[in-house]
Structures are given as C-alpha cells and as structure tokens.
Design a protein around this ligand. Structure first.
Ligand code: SF4
Length: 231
C-alpha cells in the first residue's frame, strides 16, 4: 500500500496536534534488507523529512511530500499486511515528535518494532521495546559533526549501531570509534559499504585484518530489487 506522494491540503498546526497527525512518505511491505532483522517480511513506515543531507543518501524522495495521517490510520494500514515486524524509518523519523507515540502504539499492538535513525537526534525517549538502529555518520557522509554522542548512553543490548563506509578513511574512523566508545560492548555494530564507493570484499578484508568485533552487512534490498522505491 503506497501512500500518495502529494498532499493537496496541509492541515493547520492545531488540527495536526488535535488529530495526532504524522507526515508519511510511504507504507509498504517488503523484506528487511539490513540490521538484526534482515530477511524478515516487514512493513516499512517511512516518515517524511530529514534535517541531514548525507552525500550518499538513497531516500532523498522522502525529504518532502507525503501525506498527513493519524496514528490510528497508520496502525490500520500496517495491520492490513499481517506482518509481525515493523520498521519505522525515513528520512529521519524522530524529526517528527509524534513518532515517539507511533512507536509505542506499534509495540502495544504486538509488533516487533525497529527504528532507523540518523543518530543526530535524541533517542532517550524512544520506547524501550523498540530496537533502535542508530547510525554513526562517518566523515564521507559530510554529516559527521551531527553525531549526537550522548545517544550512546541510551543504547540497549537489543539495539544496533550502523556505520556506512564510503572509503578507507571512513573505515579507519569507524574502527577508531568502535574502540574509543567500546561500541561492541554496548550492542551489535554493523559496518556497511556505500554501494559503488567501496568494494564489499575490501571492507570485509579490512574487518578481518583488524579482527574487529563488528558485523559486515550488504543491503539485501539492493541485491534483490536494486533499491527500487517501495521495495
Ligand atoms: S540521515 Fe538518512 S535520510 Fe537523512 S540524509 Fe542521511 S541517509 Fe538520507
């Protein structure tokens, strides 16, 4: 079920607050392509908007547009797919403050919920039942100075830290960040190559050579569907 890209009427702020509306880019059913839940049939709820501009961003279409939906309507669409796993993503979903209520309601409804977040916004109020997949932005993203390091204190063992790597320099930054912040003792750490920028085999060999306690991953949805929208 794809949310229409355009929203003809923008509700007034008071109306959005009263009805608890969220701006949704798309809701769709696919295979989870990354992180701990990789391979599970999953409903993706993509929220519109992001304050960052990573150089390698592959969801720029979610920066704008979308449709205002009440949380009850989002829950109803999600339920229609009958999937246990739900991934709330963006854009940067936490840029909309009602995302916190959406996450809690999805958990209340019995879903296994994950949250993909840039790591630039505070995660301290995210429902503890949610599995956070927290990015740390390496320098090649051009958004490294947006990392909110205080977020690391709010990681739980079921969460994950993901670092997307666009070069050998990024790899060395990531390797040093794992050591400096003992990331692997907090939760699972994922290293992922930027498609077309780093040879996956090179990244795998760097990890092995340095005996890093991190998990290499390729994005499954890029292999399956070449990153087609809504997949
Ligand atoms: S944080 Fe995510 S959505 Fe935002 S610009 Fe970076 S990659 Fe794109």
């Amino acid at each position: 079920m794809q949310v229409e890209a355009a929203s003809p009427a923008r509700p007034a702020a008071s109306d959005r607050a009263r009805r608890g509306l969220l701006r949704i880019s798309e809701i769709f059913h696919s295979i989870q392509g990354e992180a701990d839940a990789i391979g599970w049939p999953t409903v993706f709820v993509r929220l519109t908007g992001c304050p960052l501009r990573c150089t390698w961003c592959d969801t720029e279409y979610a920066f704008h547009g979308g449709q205002w939906l009440a949380i009850d309507d989002v829950l109803a669409q999600v339920a229609g797919y009958g999937a246990r796993h739900v991934c709330v993503t963006g854009g940067e979903p936490l840029a909309q403050k009602r995302c916190l209520a959406l996450l809690a309601r999805l958990c209340d409804a019995g879903h296994e919920v994950s949250l993909e977040t840039s790591g630039a916004l505070d995660v301290s109020r995210v429902d503890p039942r949610v599995r956070k997949v927290l990015d740390l932005k390496a320098p090649g993203s051009s958004e490294s100075d947006r990392n909110l390091w205080s977020n690391l204190a709010h990681l739980r063992p079921h969460d994950q830290v993901k670092i997307v790597i666009a070069s050998r320099d990024d790899y060395e930054w990531a390797r040093d960040a794992v050591a400096a912040h003992a990331l692997d003792r907090r939760c699972m750490v994922l290293f992922s190559p930027v498609h077309g920028a780093v040879e996956p085999r090179a990244l795998a060999e760097w990890i092995l050579a340095d005996r890093l306690p991190v998990r290499f991953q390729l994005q499954l949805h890029k292999l399956l569907w070449n990153d087609a929208r809504g997949k």
